[in-house]
Design a protein around this ligand. Structure first.
Ligand code: ZN
Ligand code: ZN
Ligand code: FE
Length: 753
């Protein structure tokens, strides 16, 4: 008997070849009807034998296209109609209830095969794509996702391309960025004075030679320009570091395949899967004994960020290239946003890059590469951008439409609609003027794209953050969320832990605290929207405030002065006159804000061990300290925790005294570092036990920048689990300040509901 079903599917279903897939399945089961997109869902009507209809639903659920994600499928029987065939009909724009914006996808296997097939008409064409792959979010101007609403509307398809685009039997049926050499974008090579050198295949061949010869080439990609250089060439890498004003911050590299990566780094099966995923993020891997890249790539660090090629152009560049590792760092100067237009690239990168491999496809949104790392097989996100954004995170209740502006460093913003929270792409350090301007652009862009009319705003508690000042200017109900509460809320929200009692451990750099001090070593007791600070690191002084984050010896000196008075027990490795000024500041309490930050404690210890005295990027001291920590040492400094005024305080004097005594006894830095790392784990365990006894809480959230330290994360996860705690880490939300906006929006939503 014939039946007819109306099927509505929600999820990641646009720009991933979903309609052609539905067409194929319907045809194969001899069903009649149609499929079309609205801005938010795929609508299907199918008619045929009941058994075939059942098989249709089964096939759709079980075997969707690789990049598709079905969030919800609903179907109901409706009256029979008399269609002649199965058809894909035009997209319909209507007022959407759920908006899914397709994300950028890495080039697929089928397209790679065609790319290197001399018989194929797209042989060596760097913009080859299909319904399963290619740029999406980075080229969308408006929704729905149709070609005329993308920057590919600049190109008129040739007859061959148009034929594929309109033919449901091909892999390119409604592949919106569909293009070929005849009709699509082309690559162009210029020198740094904007003189045209070559185009198309010649440009790519020349670019390879230039890279081999040690040049720095700015290469236009999906969400912006990369600066590329030979990762084995000391001179090139050093020059790139200097001209990019990069300090010692590690560079990410790209290698052509997993085999090459395994030559220089350890790769677990989970890491391999992540490297090969459609998101193609940078994965932080441990350098192997055979690591032989230039020492300037990731100086003094144990880890290296590596990604695989993800555009056809990357594959073409690595084909027969004599080097198997290229630096591929974001094309920007210092903390500015990544450059994405050709004009911007020539203007901003002309003193860095020797050559420019550009193209004439416009990038609508700046999107950096994403960065992930693993701790005991669990994937954690450091930077959530290309490949992940703008996929929303679902929460189990309806949210008011709102917006949260995040913190200051590693800024992202978040927006809520229905039961979804959208985290923006990585924006950067808002102290930088261009990044702040970009934040405002992203704000208006996402408001329009998601058609959100915010009813409230959330921001940080810090009165001086530009994001706070901007939030205040919007004249909407404003909810300020303390930085470390936002870190904890980002985990509670991403894992749906609203109804559990939780211990929230936020170990971090600094964030403005509710008592006016800089927090960063905090324990909260959390019930629903109620977050109470119950324990923290003892306060210590940061002479000079923010400068102490750079000149970390100031922190070490402050700690020594605090516990040893004038009798500094070690040879302090900084000029006496500099120290004298700090001494004066401390004595007279001049510009010496107090902090409970674990991140700053790491800085201080890295200085005490004389690993570094002046850092070039935030967290450098901690990263070097982690890199030398001996994994064989299981002993720890003894944590002393006292109850003072109803709060548990982690006392620092015993720690500092023990470290100084170890330094005097010439205990190796590797051992001292390990004992300090183990001490951090001991604090967490000890305080968690106290809180479990007092409040019967067994769930522990770990969040904040310090937990990018895998030595600590791995150990504390196993220790807490062994002791019967449930450990929760952020899922799909960055563990560092990139997750703050999500946490703010989630907690603010609970507070106003
Ligand atoms: Zn493809
Ligand atoms: Zn064409
Ligand atoms: Fe933070």
């Amino acid at each position: 008997m014939q039946k007819r079903l109306q099927v509505v599917i929600e999820g990641v279903i646009q720009g991933v070849g979903f309609r052609p897939f539905i067409y194929k399945v319907a045809k194969s089961l001899d069903l009649k009807g149609f499929v079309f997109n609205t801005s938010d869902v795929v609508n299907i009507e199918v008619q045929g034998e009941e058994e075939n209809l059942n098989n249709f639903i089964k096939e759709v659920i079980e075997n969707p296209p690789p990049a598709a994600k079905i969030a919800k499928i609903e179907y109901a029987e409706i009256h029979l109609k008399d269609d002649e065939d199965f058809q894909i009909t035009n997209s319909v724009v209507k007022n959407p209830s759920r908006i899914y914006i397709p994300k950028d996808l890495c080039v697929c296997k089928d397209c790679i095969n065609e790319l290197f097939d001399p018989e194929n008409r797209r042989y060596l064409y760097p913009f080859i794509n299909c319904t399963n792959c290619g740029p999406r979010y980075s080229i969308i101007e408006h929704l729905p996702y149709d070609r005329e609403n993308t920057t590919m509307s600049d190109f008129q398809m040739c007859n061959d391309c148009l034929e594929e685009y309109n033919n449901p039997q091909t892999r390119r049926y409604h592949a919106e960025p569909n293009a070929c050499e005849k009709c699509g974008p082309e690559v162009l090579l210029f020198d740094s004075s904007e003189n045209f050198i070559a185009s198309s295949k010649d440009a790519i061949e020349l670019c390879k030679k230039l890279l081999e010869e040690g040049n720095i080439v700015a290469i236009k990609g999906i969400g912006g320009f990369h600066l590329a250089a030979n990762a084995y060439n000391d001179e090139s890498v050093f020059r790139l570091r200097q001209s990019k004003k990069r300090g010692n911050e590690p560079f990410a590299i790209m290698m052509p395949d997993i085999e090459s990566i395994k030559e220089i780094a350890y790769v677990s099966s989970e890491e391999k899967e992540e490297l090969l995923s459609v998101e193609r993020p940078i994965v932080l891997l441990e350098k192997s004994d055979n690591y032989n890249l230039s020492e300037f790539v990731a100086p003094k660090l144990k880890k290296i960020g590596i990604m695989l090629p993800y555009t056809p152009l990357h594959y073409l560049i690595f084909q027969n290239l004599k080097i198997n590792a290229l630096i591929m760092t974001s094309g920007n100067v210092h903390d500015e946003p990544i450059v994405s237009s050709n004009d911007e690239a020539f203007e901003k990168l002309k003193n860095i890059a020797n050559y420019f491999l550009t193209n004439n496809r416009r990038i609508r949104r700046k999107i950096d590469d994403s960065v992930v790392f693993f701790a005991l097989d669990e994937r954690l996100i450091q930077r959530r951008s290309r490949g992940f954004v703008p996929e929303p995170i679902e929460v189990p209740f309806k949210l008011k439409e709102g917006i949260a502006f995040g913190g200051e460093l590693k800024n992202t913003i978040s927006l809520s609609k229905n039961n979804l929270i959208y985290i923006s792409q990585h924006i950067g350090d808002l102290k930088n003027k261009d990044s702040f301007e970009y934040m405002k652009w992203v704000y208006s862009d996402l408001l329009e794209l998601l058609s959100i009319k915010p009813e409230f705003v959330a921001c940080d508690l810090h009165p001086d953050y530009l994001s706070t000042i901007f939030s205040e200017s919007l004249n909407l109900p404003l909810i300020k969320i303390q930085h470390h509460k936002a870190h904890i809320a980002s985990v509670a929200g991403s894992l749906n832990l609203k109804d559990k009692s939780l211990i929230g451990v936020s170990f971090d750099g600094v964030g403005f605290g509710e008592d006016g001090n800089s927090w960063g070593g905090e324990f909260f007791l959390c019930n629903g929207k109620d977050y109470k600070r119950v324990a923290h690191l003892e306060y210590f002084e940061l002479p000079g405030g923010d400068i102490a984050t750079k000149e970390v010896w100031r922190i070490a000196y402050s700690l020594l002065r605090k516990y040893f008075g004038c009798n500094i027990p070690i040879n302090f490795p900084v000029e006496p006159d500099k120290v004298q000024i700090i001494d004066f500041m401390l004595k007279n309490k001049m510009n010496t804000p107090t902090t409970s930050s674990i991140g700053r404690l790491f800085d201080g210890v890295s200085s005490l061990l004389d690993l570094i005295q002046t850092t070039t990027f935030e967290g450098e001291g901690a990263m070097i300290l982690e890199s030398i920590a001996s994994p064989l040492i299981t002993t720890s400094y003894e944590p002393i925790i006292l109850k003072e005024n109803g709060e548990f305080i982690i006392k620092l004097e015993p720690l500092i005294t023990d470290i100084i005594s170890d330094i005097k006894y010439n205990i190796s830095k590797e051992e001292i570092s390990a004992k300090f790392h183990n001490y951090i784990c001991s604090i967490i365990l000890k305080v968690s036990n106290i809180l479990r006894d007092a409040y019967s809480v067994e769930d522990v959230i770990l969040s904040g920048g310090v937990f990018q330290n895998v030595y600590i994360l791995n150990r504390i996860k196993s220790i807490l689990t062994e002791e019967g705690f449930n450990v929760h880490l952020p899922k799909d939300v960055p563990i560092n300040d990139g997750g703050i906006s999500f946490g703010q929006l989630y907690l603010a939503s609970l507070l106003i509901s």
